[in-house]
Design a protein around this ligand. Structure first.
Ligand SMILES: Cc1cc2nc3c(=O)[nH]c(=O)nc-3n(C[C@H](O)[C@H](O)[C@H](O)COP(=O)(O)OP(=O)(O)OC[C@H]3O[C@@H](n4cnc5c(N)ncnc54)[C@H](O)[C@@H]3O)c2cc1C
Length: 444
């Protein structure tokens, strides 16, 4: 049950040496590789499965500033600047459209949550604001639910997940990057404590810079290198309709549903709040770190004890670099969607917007989202291993911020002036015990 994603063919022969090796061909890895290649560095990107095969093709496609943790706002502003010009820069369509984003409030409490967020976001002078009455009716024509208010940002946008990562990867290749799919990186080698090589299943590449953009696999990769990255996975389910008449152009989130217009004329639809959390061995190991986040999101989480526990219990946590690794055993993480949750979402959407009554569901899928304890990513050098940069943990909102985050990871890799202050994203913030939950008002 994979959403369609444009195919990027692999290069043939692994080079012996590169200025930088990027691990992972999601939106973060391809954006990093694209930036580095344009700066004239020799770059190799290794992807264990296919480019954009995991989260980066499975997401809703919202590219939004609103509702973000304030620590991410400077980076998302830069990222949207990149999105606005990206089709010209990479000479390929990615479906980016600045069509606005709307978060609906059914209760006064939810509206108050948005007001509080607006207060946090004030220093950044976004165009986000609270709307109600006739203006809200105009943004949600035909709605049969009397929403109290909504958070609205006209400068937010959307893009096509099935196209973006592959198109940026192709642009990186044209700029000189070499791209290998079906090529897992098993680990890194160090010399005097510094990175000196990336070891892949197809051979070793000498390099002094490795960027780990491994999405939901980053914790496992770090663990084999003696680094503890607090990261869990949650499962989010999605569906798309066949082409249908336009309802709204803006991307909409409500407690019971979320949707956005697709460039094929259909809609991507999901539940606004329901997320499945598989109980796995890491749930216990990391429980103390995730307490605040779990408490904050408690209404959205459905705990499930099942096959995934066994799968992760029997997954190797340590391996030698000449052994087959878990990355080679699961080329593409492709979980089953939660049908009940999707049925609830379409029912809720039809109740609120009868224009969706005749919507035909064409496809359903799911994706594992990688989450950090404070729901803010790590984009950081690793103090203990000079030459290793981690860009991961985007906690359900890394697609929109992806081009900016890739640029920041490339800045750290090159040692150039960072596009924004990287301090909020440092890896070392997790050295202590418990973590603060994010102050963002909705989960995704
Ligand atoms: C259902 C869903 C809805 C979402 N909605 C939104 C949204 O509307 N807006 C938004 O901004 N974000 C959204 N997100 C989040 C967003 O998709 C992610 O934050 C983002 O795609 C993360 O990108 P990434 O490159 O870090 O990870 P991924 O896209 O998961 O890519 C990581 C890649 O690394 C590869 N890899 C891992 N380990 C290795 C290794 N050792 N060697 C080689 N390759 C390796 C994997 O195969 C994978 O392809 C959503 C996510 C999901 C699942």
């Amino acid at each position: 049950m994979r959403p369609q994603v444009d195919i990027v063919e692999s290069d043939a022969e692994l080079p012996e040496q590169a200025d930088a090796v990027v691990i992972g061909g999601g939106i973060i890895g391809v954006s990093t590789a694209w930036t580095l290649a344009r700066r004239g560095l020799s770059v190799v990107l290794c992807e264990k499965g296919r480019i954009g095969g995991e989260q980066s093709s499975r997401n809703w496609g919202f590219c939004r500033q609103q509702g973000r943790d304030p620590r991410e706002i400077p980076l998302i502003i830069e990222s949207l600047r990149i999105w606005r010009g990206i089709e010209k820069d990479i000479e390929a369509p990615v479906g980016f459209k600045q069509a606005g984003c709307l978060y609906l409030a059914e209760t006064d409490d939810q509206a108050k949550g948005y007001e509080d967020w607006l207060e946090h976001a004030k220093p950044y002078q976004l165009d986000s604001r609270l709307v109600s009455g006739d203006e809200l009716d105009g943004l949600m024509p035909g709605s049969s639910v009397p929403y109290k208010a909504a958070l609205y940002t006209a400068s937010d946008g959307r893009a096509e997940p099935s196209k973006a990562a592959p198109a940026i990867a192709q642009a990186a290749r044209r700029a000189g990057a070499e791209i290998f799919t079906g090529c897992a990186v098993r680990g890194i080698e160090t010399s005097g404590g510094r990175v000196c090589a990336a070891v892949t299943e197809k051979g070793t590449i000498k390099t002094d810079t490795v960027v780990l953009a491994g999405g939901a696999w980053s914790r496992l990769f770090c663990g084999n290198n003696g680094l503890s990255l607090p990261q869990l996975k949650v499962l989010s389910s999605v569906m798309r309709t066949r082409p249908m008449p336009l309802v709204t152009e803006n991307a909409v989130w409500a407690p019971g549903y979320a949707y956005r217009r697709r460039d094929d004329g259909g809609y991507t639809i999901a539940h606004g709040l329901s997320i499945v959390v598989d109980v796995v061995p890491d749930s216990f190991k990391l429980a103390h770190r995730f307490t605040a986040a779990m408490w904050k999101e408690q209404k959205s989480l459905h705990l499930r004890l099942g096959r995934q526990f066994w799968r992760e219990l029997t997954t190797a946590g340590r391996w030698e670099l000449d052994e087959t690794t878990p990355f080679e055993k699961t080329r593409v993480l492709d979980p089953d969607p939660a049908t009940k949750i999707l049925n609830k979402a379409i029912k809720g959407l039809r109740r609120a917007l009868p224009a969706f009554d005749k919507a035909e569901i064409a496809e359903r899928w799911a994706g594992y989202i990688d989450v950090t304890p404070d729901e803010v990513p790590v984009i950081s050098e690793v103090d203990e291993v000079p030459g290793l940069i981690i860009a991961t943990g985007f906690s359900g909102h890394g697609f929109g911020i992806g081009p900016g985050a890739g640029r920041l990871a490339a800045d750290l890799a090159c040692g150039t002036e960072p596009i924004v202050d990287a301090t909020p994203f440092r890896f070392s913030r997790f050295r202590g015990g418990r973590s603060e939950a994010s102050s963002a008002p909705v989960p995704v």
